[in-house]
Design a protein around this ligand. Structure first.
Ligand SMILES: [Ca+2]
Length: 199
């Protein structure tokens, strides 16, 4: 019983069933911009690629590496990322993408006044085949935000071959909580069940 609860909790975590939506781009880009001034990247709202609501964020770039990020996202986003070891996002790749580059990948970085800039050590593959992909970024190795810090930024670095402009669409960027909190939940639920049965 105990074991089954744990396996069930871990299975839910691995599928992202409890993921919390951070960005869905419904009313605007929620602060996302080409903060580094990389001239190759253009961001816009788009109905194409919307998997949560009716709007997504289009990312168009002409190749090479560039960062996009939020101006400051202290609050709910910071709190969710504080307890997250994985970020999921839905990426819809334009059919013209693969003709410009047959590879693409990304990095994720956090920035705040407590721990400074830190980024994922390995890049995460972005599929270049046309269509919808759910991409998972492991952020367990980077220092979580310090919640007492008044400002916090999250960045995504995108990279692909130098070639003509190509577009992908991102929606429903979400945080997946650490398994430990769900194991605690599972154990708590089990204790509750036992107490009920004992009555
Ligand atoms: Ca959306």
């Amino acid at each position: 019983m105990m074991k089954r609860s744990l396996v069930f909790a871990l299975a839910l975590v691995s599928t992202g069933a409890f993921a919390q939506t951070l960005y869905s781009f419904e009313s605007d880009l929620q602060g996302w911009a080409d903060l580094a001034g990389d001239p190759v990247i253009t961001l816009a709202q788009s109905t194409t690629g919307a998997t949560n609501g009716t709007q997504a964020m289009s990312i168009t770039w002409s190749g090479g590496f560039g960062w996009i990020g939020t101006s400051s996202t202290a609050g709910a986003v910071e709190t969710a990322l504080h307890g997250a070891n994985q970020i999921l996002m839905d990426i819809t790749v334009d059919p013209g993408f693969v003709g410009q580059s047959n590879w693409a990948n990304m990095l994720v970085a956090y920035n705040d006044g407590s721990y400074g800039w830190r980024q994922t050590g390995t890049s995460t593959t972005i599929p270049t085949a046309a269509g919808l992909h759910t991409v998972s970024v492991d952020v367990s190795a980077i220092q979580a935000p310090n919640l007492s810090n008044p400002w916090f930024q999250v960045f995504i670095g995108v990279n692909s071959a130098n070639a003509g402009p190509r577009t992908m669409y991102v929606d429903n960027i979400r945080a997946v909580p650490e398994p430990a909190s769900f194991i605690a939940l599972g154990v708590g639920a089990l204790a509750l069940l036992r107490r009920r049965r004992a009555r």
